[in-house]
Design a protein around this ligand. Structure first.
Ligand code: PMP
Length: 406
């Protein structure tokens, strides 16, 4: 054993003896973040919507007018192009895929039977990939560069293969890398020629308001860009208040062209007689408008930023001089992507586990759970307390240091 390996082993063993037990496998808001929205408990202004609708009853599959207006303001689209439904945007994404498979989207035939394929920028969000895997959509990896997906590859693939029906995009503060798509990339996605006439961008704007710096990054509007490029139906935008109010009982929305909204409304109306409008009503009372949401998100950032900084400081201190190791420094969102030399993610995660730290499984950020280089570890700093996350980041760094030294 080299001296470096000896010292890495000693540091790791010492850490392990602390007997830490921490689950960092998912990016959940911490209890103090959830507390920021406790006024929801008393926010219900009766049960009548502004237009007199009785929110307790069935109906209004596209959501209450004021909830549509709230998301319209947040997403920069007319309320008529918004449907508010469910507590989870993931459920809306899932349903869009299922309706597309079984019935087809406007301008196309049912995807099922056409051996549909999706492009998946990687590293990406594991649950997007799980939807495709579970519903029989084949996935093709596309490298995610610093400014978004590698567009030379994307354009080439979609232009030539009519089986490519869609693409997952987390355009701002991507999960897990924090990547922000450049305006040029958004425009290319909106304008590119696709062999499939019914191609869809699944535009998951999960972190649209989730800034960690004062920069408050803004990116090009994919709906407007697609419409002006002659593809008004191309993008379906998803968002929710999961990490604004309460992750398990927020409200979710999709925004799209009038044709896509009409299509969604038709199919969602088969699935349900209407969403939980009581929850919509109290969210509208709490969140009010884009300015109120922005102020609330600054309070989230004040709780989250020190945790991200603590992780980055530990990585800097312990991994700064380890060859082949790097990590992203996100300006928003919920994750940091720790990049190991090829072949060391799995081993590092196992060592961290032995030291009491449960991480997202290696490969989770890739379709079929296979990271071809075995080099990405998703770090989710939000849920543990600041002292816990500081220790956990140290433990992860020491695990990686040992993995590469041993
Ligand atoms: N999209 C992305 C990219 C996410 O990271 C998450 C949460 N981890 C979600 C969607 C889930 O959103 P929701 O709670 O609205 O289903």
């Amino acid at each position: 054993m080299t001296t470096a390996a000896h010292s890495a082993q000693a540091q790791y063993d010492q850490f392990r003896q602390r007997g830490l037990q921490l689950d960092m496998s998912r990016g959940k808001p911490a209890p103090d973040q959830l507390d920021l929205s406790n006024d929801l408990l008393d926010a219900l202004p009766g049960f009548r919507a502004a237009d007199g609708t009785d929110a307790r009853n069935y109906g209004l599959g596209v959501g209450l007018p004021e909830a549509r207006a709230l998301f319209g303001g947040l997403l920069g689209v007319p309320a008529a192009q918004v449907a508010v439904d469910s507590s989870a945007s993931l459920a809306l994404m899932h349903d869009v895929i299922v309706y597309a498979l079984l019935n087809g989207v406007p301008g196309g035939q049912p995807w099922v039977g056409q051996q549909p394929v999706f492009l998946c920028p990687v590293p990406g969000y594991d649950r997007h990939f799980s939807i495709c895997e579970a519903r029989g959509i084949k996935m093709i990896n596309v490298p995610l560069k610093d400014d978004g997906p590698d567009m030379d590859i994307v354009e080439q693939l979609v232009a030539n293969d009519p089986a490519i029906k869609g693409m997952w995009c987390v355009p701002k503060y991507s999960n897990p890398s924090g990547t922000v798509y450049s305006d040029a990339v958004v425009r290319r996605l909106a304008a590119m020629k696709t062999a499939a006439p019914d191609f869809r961008l699944m535009w998951d704007d999960a972190y649209r308001f989730h800034h960690l710096t004062d920069e408050k990054v803004r990116i090009a509007d994919v709906l407007a860009e697609s419409a002006s490029a002659g593809h008004p139906d191309r993008a379906i935008v998803f968002a929710s208040t999961s990490k604004v109010s309460w992750a398990g009982s927020g409200i979710a929305a999709l925004a799209a062209s009038p044709a896509n909204i009409a299509w969604w409304t038709r199919h969602a109306g088969i699935r349900s007689i209407g969403p939980d409008k009581i929850n919509q009503l109290r969210h509208v009372r709490l969140l009010k408008d884009a300015a109120t949401v922005e102020a609330l998100m600054m309070r989230h950032a004040a709780l989250l930023k020190p945790k991200f900084d603590a992780v980055l400081a530990q990585f800097g201190a312990h991994l700064g001089d380890v060859a082949g190791v790097s990590w992203t420094v996100p300006k928003g969102g919920y994750f940091i992507d720790l990049v190991t030399p090829p072949g060391f993610a799995r081993k590092t995660i196992a060592l961290a586990k032995e030291a009491g730290i449960t991480l997202t499984p290696a490969g989770a950020a890739y379709p079929y759970g296979v990271d071809p280089e075995d080099s990405h570890i998703r770090i989710a700093p939000s849920f543990p307390s600041l002292p816990e996350i500081t220790q956990a980041a140290e433990g992860i760094a020491l695990a990686l240091k040992l993995a590469v030294a041993a």
